[in-house]
Design a protein around this ligand. Structure first.
Ligand code: ATP
Ligand code: MG
Length: 223
């Protein structure tokens, strides 16, 4: 349940596989940070994502690429929390971890693309999320025309009311779900992996530092 505390900070949590991180991730996190006045955005690479079927590049490589890519942005951080945890990464554990870490003095906003949010009902302890933090759902190319009233999973709709003033869905816990249109960048890690496998350029799709890392470690060449 949302605590009625004086919250001084608004913090974004941005989970993902980041296999590899790309400019779509970085630009969208930056836009959300600015729009919601977040004091920081914490990138959280997943260890073994329960939903990913493809072979995943080792977590330490994915973590390093995020670390290098965010170096120039004082508002961005990367967390090892899911990498340190043994076994699968579950978002509810991550949200609980950060709620405890900040002792509810900061308000958490879980940042997620619409494609990923549409799968949320399959996540472990799914209904728990809406009582644990706010959500910011970002548009993604191809999915941008989804009507906002269809964003909340069907079985959870009864727990929400729409707040006109804040343009968000307020959960009975007090936390909100926002839908946010961002600049649509048609970039995905899948495309980057495919391009690397085909020996094609990934320049201007990922930060230079991440590209350099990929080349040095010969990542994604044989997948
Ligand atoms: P893959 O193709 O391997 O699924 P991806 O590009 O979707 O990779 P993820 O690590 O799966 O990257 O995404 C992490 C989060 O970032 C998800 O919530 C996803 O919706 C969001 N996201 C990824 N790419 C973009 C983009 N170009 N614009 C907005 N959000 C994005
Ligand atoms: Mg994805």
């Amino acid at each position: 349940m949302k605590k009625d505390t004086e919250t001084s900070e608004k913090i974004g949590l941005f989970g993902g596989t980041f296999n590899p991180v790309h400019l779509g991730h970085l630009r969208s996190a930056e836009e959300i940070r600015e729009k919601f006045n977040l004091s920081k955005v914490i990138f959280i690479p997943a260890h073994i994502p329960p939903h990913k079927k493809t072979r995943i590049t080792p977590a330490d490589h994915r973590f390093e690429m995020v670390k290098l890519s965010i170096l120039g942005n004082p508002f961005f951080e990367v967390s090892e929390i899911e990498l340190k945890r043994q076994g699968s990464s579950y978002s509810f554990e991550t949200i609980d971890y950060f709620n405890n870490l900040f002792e509810n003095k900061a308000e958490l906003f879980f940042i997620i693309g619409l494609d990923a949010f549409r799968e949320i009902h399959t996540w472990k302890r799914y209904p728990h999320f809406f009582s644990a933090c706010n959500f910011i759902i970002m548009s993604r190319p191809g999915l941008s025309d989804i009507a906002s009233e269809k964003i909340i999973p069907h079985d959870a709709v009864k727990d929400f009311t729409f707040n006109d003033a804040n343009q968000c869905y307020v959960h009975r816990s007090g936390y909100c779900v926002y839908f946010c249109k961002i600049t649509l960048l048609e970039i995905s890690s899948t495309v980057i992996r495919r391009r690397l496998k085909e020996g094609k350029s990934i320049k201007y799709l990922v930060p230079d530092s991440a590209e350099q890392y990929v080349r040095e470690h010969k990542l994604y060449e044989d997948k």
